[in-house]
Design a protein around this ligand. Sequence first.
Ligand code: FAD
Length: 392
Amino acid sequence: LGGSEFSDYFLLDNLLTDEQRALKKKVREFMDQEVIPVINPYWERAEFPFELVPKLAQLDIAGFQIAGYGCPGMSNVTAGLVILELARGDLSMSTMMGVHSALAMMSVALLGSEEQKQRFLPPMARMEKLGAFGLTEPTHGSDVVKLETTARRDGDSYVINGHKRWIGNATFADYSIIWARGDDGHVGGYVVEKGTPGFDAQVIKGKTALRCVQNAQISLTDVRVPAANRLANVHTFRDTEKVLLASRFCVAWESIGAAIAGYETALAYAKQRKQFGMPLAAFQLIQYRLSRMLADITDMLCMQHRLSQLLDEGEYSMPRVALAKMHYTERARAILADARDMLGGNGILLDYHVARHLCDIEAIDTYEGTDTVQALIVGRDITGYSAFVPAV
Ligand code: FAD
């Protein structure tokens, strides 16, 4: 299932259809041939490789699980395999695609009217139009439910004012889904189209993770959007959470992809690097560490395969998805740190790719809710007590 000849130890691949295997292979080859050989200089320069977008579009994967409107309508298992392969290659690419497909497109698919789906989704599926998702604010991250950006109704428009932070793709996106509080005090989603006056998105510089992803600080000053651009089926923040469940599920798959990249690189390196006259792979302590990595990856793949099946059966549960995201991201960080060490000095060079993944996984750990926030979601579910706000 991991898409790798090395890391699918419990032969989950045997559970896949020929179609799933072929798609996984196609994405893997794209990442191996088109992305991995060129990505490091972009990462160093903190630039996104826009010239890869048309090739990415040709994979016909944008929209992941969304059915119709030119989207591929994948099962959750299939979408997971695709995301895993993107992430194994490069977490900036998987993040850019995740923001476009799992956040922006999914917002329209889950919460838009029929007219909005027909208007926005087909060009996004072809990747002629790219999306962003603006929820987080400078003063509201983990407590984003308290967001302060406002959308005031004025005739046939809404007028949006406020600030957003960390918004991926927003400096170039054609459609930015901006979440704001309406006159009724409830959160709504508004599609702000590129070039709308008053929308200012500046790249956040100096990132040490996901350097290719263009994250923006956004100012919205009297941004006027047509009333027809308010997502029709958003009534409260609970609706926003439907999108977050879908995208958090994708982020869980991303973590596994990153962990596999670390393990596979460490294994290959240990087989060819000799010290004390023997390949590193022949030493007991190295074998122990590789075995621990493989055990973690096998654990994550089995868990995530089952979680994907549950979603395919319509069993949606935010705590389950939170448990997955929390667990895999923590394991992926540990595996990548161990792989980095196993490569010795070479481990800190971008050339071996582990260093890039090790930096990037730090952002994966934070976005879509930190480790702590996922634990609080699970904790509330299993104990019945919400511990988000301290008792005073
Ligand atoms: P804070 O909420 O300030 O958290 C700081 C620390 O406090 C964390 O360790 C946290 O776990 C801890 N903490 C918070 N609350 C509690 C509590 N109740 N109990 C115990 N500890 C707590 N957002 C978007 O809307 N769109 C995007 O495209 C997007 N992309 C992103 C890309 C990157 C690279 C990054 C870094 C972030 C992105 N985000 C995006 C924002 C992301 O979702 C937030 O950064 C995240 O939710 C955490 O919020 P924060 O950074 O404000 O941290």
